[in-house]
Design a protein around this ligand. Structure first.
Ligand code: HEC
Length: 144
């Protein structure tokens, strides 16, 4: 899980606001143990995909909804294209009528403007088939 540490911290912060200190002290080690276990079990291709994501995508796709320059990609697999929250998409993406899955992600990430003319994603595409597969494995990983 990419945002494991962040998720757990966010969850713990919410918990901290509600729970008494004693309950938090009990929950903290459990949450962290679960998190570490998940990180350790991440398959090699997913870990490679995470590195590509951090390198090439996170600069745009890693923001809160209030100030996002790109839609959040946690949960993107299985999601209707152009449907994240109140994000203002290009007309092409907003009008697109398909769901993100391994095939549509592969085509879009290989050649964004070629697959969806009019998309305003400022990304030239990822040519390398292996790297694209790793990236898509990671996107599946963050899409429960
Ligand atoms: C320069 C900023 C930028 C970079 C870098 C970038 N994107 Fe995007 N991405 C966007 C924007 C903006 C959109 C919305 C496009 C539109 O509305 O046409 C988008 C849309 C998407 C969508 C469609 C999401 C939806 O909700 O329908 C996917 C999937 C996606 N990007 C994946 C990626 C991946 C994976 C990478 C890294 C390889 C990446 N993007 C790199 C800016 C970026």
């Amino acid at each position: 899980m990419m945002a494991c540490a962040q998720d757990e911290t966010g969850g713990l912060r919410r918990l901290a606001r509600r729970a008494r200190p004693l309950a938090l002290a009990a929950a903290l080690p459990l949450a962290l143990a679960a998190c570490n276990e998940a990180e350790e079990k991440m398959p090699a291709n997913v870990a490679a995909g995470e590195a590509i994501f951090n390198d090439q995508c996170a600069v745009c796709h890693n923001q809160s909804e209030a100030d996002a320059v790109a839609p959040d990609l946690a949960g993107v697999v299985g999601r209707e294209a152009g449907s994240w929250g109140s994000f203002v998409y290009s007309t092409a993406m907003a009008d697109a009528d398909f769901v993100w899955n391994d095939e549509t992600l592969d085509a879009y990430l290989k050649d964004p403007m070629g697959y969806l003319p009019g998309t305003n994603m400022g990304y030239f595409g990822l040519e390398d088939d292996t790297k694209r597969a790793e990236l898509i494995a990671y996107l599946n990983h963050i899409s429960p």
